[in-house]
Design a protein around this ligand. Structure first.
Ligand code: GLU
Length: 472
């Protein structure tokens, strides 16, 4: 993907890295080692589609081996190319470091439009890709753990784990070779909505931070804030849903066929229903049609969430963006030039490598679940409930007062898997936001939030390389 400066996507990531590395203490050799992609596997394999043989182009890039396994999604798209996969793999390294997920970054891609294939053909392509990864030792619970990304989901992850397990009979941790699996196949509850929920928790934390709101001249809290979301895929839909459920006003929604806007607010659930029945987001009752997805981004709002693809906000349309907060739900939705323009306007751009890290954070929880072979909450749920019961009984006896049935249910409830996953994610997103803010403050607010986030990531990866002692 190019931009106004003709930088490729990977070069754009490198440019952001260089901008931030000035503020770190590492020698050039270590910085270079952090920046480069450690292993790039480009493959071509044949798959029989109907009565023809199709040669499929695919990649897996491991950006950093400073911690193992490597981690990152696999996307199916006609835009897949080596540069894009390298850029996305690099972002994964920084993303994992920012949210304290102990993995190196990786990414995979298959250059296909999944809509052009039957389910059976997609299964053949996916299984062949997985076996190519096994052949070159590019997958495994301690090596490299893929996950869903654009164009893939739980179904593809099931095919991958099944292919891996059948090629590695008896490997007791085989389930941990991939995350984002359906719950019945070793997945964790809460993974599907994790990225969108992380986007919500992250932006909510910005809105709950008094200094940030003062700087933007906005009131505290998420309630009543006007939000536009681009993309109703897994990330965008769940983000929009959590904003809506928590009292934000969803004024605009966009998909590739165009967008809709209503300053009084849209019911996210009804819009999704409307798109399902009519095949388009357009012509939703009481909303104004936007001719393009891009035009929707330029409408009046407080918070803009681009949650579709990279490079949708460029130097060309950035000056027309009206939002005060941009939350990068997608990977790389702003080109570096757009980023500079918007930061100069005083917009808070919450960077992708922090804001959309909810997916990989919950993937980490899923991997832990797979390695421990036990559901979260299984050992302690009942214990907590019994203990809560004792405490409540004692308080009721001492005070002579009784709580209502609803209060009793809430107070006694021991954590289920999904409760623990949500609370682990919430804590991660809040904690990491303040780590980035502290980095910003230590640089006297002279840099943007992406640069501050990069310095946090570089510092962690750099220390890791130093401590590995690989530079004797
Ligand atoms: N594809 C997601 C991302 O870009 C998730 C990666 C993962 O869970 O490993 O962050």
């Amino acid at each position: 993907m190019g931009n106004a400066n003709h930088l490729s996507f990977f070069q754009g990531v490198e440019r952001n890295f260089d901008k931030a590395s000035k503020y770190t203490r590492f020698e050039p050799g270590i910085l270079q080692q952090i920046k480069v992609c450690n292993s790039v596997y480009s493959m071509k394999f044949p798959v029989r589609i109907g009565d023809k043989i199709e040669v499929i182009e695919a990649y897996r890039v491991q950006h950093s081996h400073h911690k193992l396994p490597c981690k990152g999604g696999i996307r199916y798209s006609m835009d897949v190319n080596q540069d894009e996969v390298m850029a996305l793999a690099a972002l994964m390294t920084y993303k994992c470091a920012i949210v304290n997920v102990p993995f190196g970054g990786a990414k995979g891609g298959i250059k296909i439009n999944p809509k052009n294939y039957s389910v059976f053909e997609l299964e053949k392509i996916t299984r062949r890709y997985a076996s190519e990864l096994v052949k070159k030792n590019f997958i495994g619970p301690g090596i490299d753990v893929p996950a869903p990304d654009y164009g893939t989901g739980g179904r593809e992850m099931s095919w991958i784990v099944d292919t891996y397990a059948s090629l590695k009979p008896g490997e007791v941790d085989a389930l941990g070779c991939v995350t984002g699996k359906p719950v019945t196949q070793g997945g964790v509850r809460g993974r599907t909505e994790a990225t969108g929920l992380g986007v919500f928790y992250g932006v909510r934390e910005v809105c709950n931070t008094a200094d940030d709101m003062k700087r933007l001249g906005m009131s505290m809290g998420i309630e009543g804030k006007k939000v536009i979301v681009q993309g109703l895929g897994n990330v965008g839909f769940h983000a929009a849903k959590f904003f809506y459920d928590n009292g934000a006003i969803i004024v605009g929604l966009a998909e590739y066929e165009g967008g809709i806007y209503n300053e009084k607010g849209l019911d996210v659930y009804k819009v999704v229903e409307h798109r399902k029945t009519t095949g388009s987001i357009l012509n939703f009752p009481d909303a104004t049609n936007m001719p393009t997805s891009g035009a929707t981004l330029e409408q009046e709002c407080d918070i803009l969430i681009p949650a579709a693809l990279e490079s949708v906000i460029t130097a060309e349309n950035a000056p027309r963006i009206k939002a005060k907060i941009i939350g990068e739900g997608a990977n790389g939705p702003l080109t570096p030039d757009a980023d500079e323009i918007l930061n100069a306007k005083g917009v808070i751009v919450v960077p992708d490598m922090y804001l959309n890290a909810g997916g990989v954070t919950v993937s980490y929880f899923e991997w832990l679940k797979n390695l421990s072979h036990v559901r979260f909450g299984r050992m302690d749920k009942r214990f907590s409930e019994n203990q809560n019961n004792h405490i409540l009984k004692t308080v009721e006896e001492l005070t002579g007062k009784k709580v209502t049935d609803i209060e009793r249910k809430q107070l006694l409830h021991g954590p289920d898997e999904v409760d623990l996953v949500y609370s682990g994610l919430e804590d991660t997103m809040i904690g990491s936001y303040h780590e980035i803010r502290e980095a910003l403050l230590s640089l006297d607010n002279t840099v943007d939030m992406r640069t501050a986030a990069f310095t946090v990531a570089i510092n962690k990866v750099g220390v890791s390389y130093e401590e590995l002692g690989i530079f004797p």
